[in-house]
Each structure stands twice: as structure tokens, then as C-alpha cells.
Design a protein around this ligand. Sequence first.
Ligand SMILES: [Zn+2]
Length: 114
Amino acid sequence: MIRKYGAQIGVGREVAIAYGLVEPTAEEAAEAEKRHEEFRARHVAYAAKIHTFRQAMAQLKDAPSRAVLSLHAETPDGECAHCYGDTEMGDREEWPCGTAIALATAHGIEVPTW
Ligand SMILES: [Zn+2]
């Protein structure tokens, strides 16, 4: 239980640590650093895979593929320019969207996974 600024909110220790409400133990800090390093390594690996994927998709030169990729282009935010994922929230689908994945799969291009 955290009491701060006259409010009382029940939060777990992990959340309390994340928001700086309590100090982590040395063991908790080491575990958090380990998780952070694992996340960073996965991010670096995914960045390399998505780069290769983008290059392979850019090599598709047939008109139907170019038309599909033009419509389902990756935005600067890493989303599909056409597809909506969560329609209730109005969020764009992450790229590659389902259509881009289907196109890649049809051409034998390996789709990166996180
Ligand atoms: Zn799309």
C-alpha cells in the first residue's frame, strides 16, 4: 500500500519500483537490469530482421505487388498506412500488416518475429 499526497493506492512491489515509490533491493535491481539487457538484445535482433525484410519487400517489382505495397506501406511510425488494428481505439495496425505478411509469404520472404 502506497500513501502519497493524501491518496492511498494498492500497487504491487514491481509497479512501486517502476514508478520510483520504493527502492529496489540489489537482487531486484540486478534482475531488472538482466530483463532490460534481454529486451535490448531482442530489439537489436528484431531491428536487423525487419531491415532485411524491408529490403526483400523492396525487391518485389511486379505491378500487383507494388500496388499492394503502395497501399500497405510502412509509415514513419512503423504502422500500416491502410490497415486499422484495434478499430475501437482507431489504432493503425503495426507494419507488416496482415496483407503485407500475406504478400511476403506468397513470395517466400521470411516474416520477422519479435
Ligand atoms: Zn495493411
